[in-house]
Design a protein around this ligand. Structure first.
Ligand code: SAH
Length: 346
């Protein structure tokens, strides 16, 4: 695979263009073209520059291979990477805009028992430009421009553990929020982690004010170990400490994901224990009924029990929402790709 030009920020792209003896306005043209989702070969730059770039860089690092449209308007995309790997993403429309769910790795090595994306382990990390490329090509395919964007919100909830690909993900976040590019505000971005404690603390110091979301899914370490192998490495108490550190550093509240799994984590006792664990914390809980994955044995809870669980949290004074699934008829709801948005704005 050649290198990926979309990995570069504007300053890096400028030096590259100047180093090739071109005028600096060419860098602006090139950057704009790339951020509009264009292939290098489509951008109106000199033939010499184009030729020399194409020797080293992928013309199209990410392209939409297939699009599936759900009855509720949710779209699911398969993206083809330059080395033939494929990742998935989803676009959901809401009143306030469109949220795209993106992937950060091909596969995942976290091994969560309920998740489809970890079934074959991790194949490789995505580069910053490949993560960004998913958004650029969807924005373009949907008829968006840099001024009138069709992707307004982003969730890092596709396949992969963002903090297991820390440097590329942080670079991506700086690219996607940069002025002159697609310029999506960090406040409209949610990053979900299974709770990699050192990276959570490190991220608190990056000064990227996004919505930090932590996948909890259990109330005790023993129970968490049953579904999330990462629980063997970090205790819930350590995760909560990292969340407190995040809040101290950023002033931003955080969100917990809690997928309801029948017979596993959603009795009344669990709801009470979860409330006790989170009481007084500046946090919000997103509940979702497990999306059953056919390769996995775990079963979802009934809607009635999900509302009952929610009711207990609310009674205990915990801010919580039960998310609805979207796009389930197109497999948009399969674990990591299920549709939801993490702010309370829905
Ligand atoms: N690796 C990150 C982000 C990817 S998944 C993380 O673990 O947070 C986004 C969310 O979907 C996580 O909360 C994850 O635990 C959850 N999830 C995965 N498979 C699921 C399924 N089958 N049903 C419901 N939620 C699922």
């Amino acid at each position: 695979m050649k290198k990926i030009l979309q990995d570069l920020n504007f300053e890096e792209l400028s030096s590259l263009v100047l180093a090739r003896g071109e005028k600096s306005f060419r860098a602006r043209q090139l950057f704009e073209g790339l951020m509009q989702g264009k292939a290098i070969s489509e951008i109106p730059i000199s033939a010499a520059l184009k030729g020399s770039l194409l020797e080293e860089y992928e013309d199209v690092p990410v392209k939409i291979l297939e699009t599936y449209v759900s009855k509720d308007g949710t779209k699911k995309f398969l993206f083809l990477l330059a080395d033939g790997n494929i990742v998935e993403g989803v676009l959901m429309s809401y009143k306030y805009g469109n949220t795209q769910c993106i992937s950060t790795q091909v596969g995942c090595r976290m091994g969560c028992k309920f998740c489809a994306s970890t079934l074959n382990g991790r194949i490789r990390d995505l580069t910053a430009g490949e993560i960004l490329g998913q958004i650029l090509c969807v924005n373009r395919a949907e008829g968006g421009t840099l001024k009138e964007r069709k992707v307004t919100n982003v969730v890092l909830m596709g396949s992969g553990e963002p903090f297991d690909n820390y440097d590329n993900v942080v670079k991506f976040l700086r690219l996607v929020t940069a002025e002159g590019g697609i310029h999506i505000s960090a406040r409209n971005i949610s990053l979900s982690t299974c709770g990699l404690v050192p990276e959570m603390k490190r991220f608190a110091l990056e000064n990227i004010p996004l919505n930090l979301t932590v996948s909890l899914h259990a109330v005790t370490d023993e129970e968490r170990k049953r579904t999330m192998p990462i629980a063997n490495r970090y205790k819930i108490a350590e995760i909560l400490d990292a969340c407190s550190f995040y809040f101290e550093q950023t002033g931003r509240r955080y969100i917990f994901e809690y997928s309801l799994i029948a017979g596993e984590n959603c009795d009344d006792q669990h709801a009470l224990a979860l409330s006790a664990l989170l009481k007084g914390r500046p946090c919000h809980v997103n509940l979702i009924r497990l999306n059953e994955v056919k390769e996995r044995e775990l079963k979802t809870t009934t809607e009635k029990d999900a509302y009952r669980f929610l009711g207990i949290l609310e009674k205990q004074g915990i801010s919580a929402t039960l998310r609805r699934s979207m796009g389930s008829d197109i497999g948009g709801a399969c674990g990591q790709l299920r549709a939801r948005y993490l702010s309370e704005g829905e």
